[in-house]
Design a protein. Structure first.
Length: 96
């Protein structure tokens, strides 16, 4: 998981996760207050683990005729996928 580029302190899963749902809000290190922003690659990883699987399921693999069932499973896929993203998404230090 992502560490602080300045002091090497590991960020908490919750902090990284929250940042995604606030529109990739920058993360501040709790120890040294260095600001970190998500990288472009990080955004691609996030989207390909969440929104992409949801859309692929919805368009191609849905076994349901029912729109609500498809949507429900789609959202479940999005949430499950998002749980793994804090381990994979990369952040970089913001130069001040
Ligand atoms: Zn730090």
């Amino acid at each position: 998981m992502q560490k602080c580029k300045n002091c090497n302190m590991q960020f908490s899963w919750v902090n990284i996760y929250k940042s995604f749902w606030w529109g990739y809000k920058p993360i501040e290190c709790e120890t040294c207050n260095t600001e970190h922003r998500i990288t472009v690659l990080g955004r691609i990883i996030f989207v390909s683990l969440t929104i992409l699987p949801m859309l692929v399921f919805g368009y191609f693999f849905s076994p349901f005729d029912h729109a609500f069932a498809t949507m429900g499973v789609g959202i479940a896929i999005l949430i499950i996928g998002s749980l793994f993203t804090p381990y994979l998404v990369k952040y970089k230090k913001v130069d001040q």
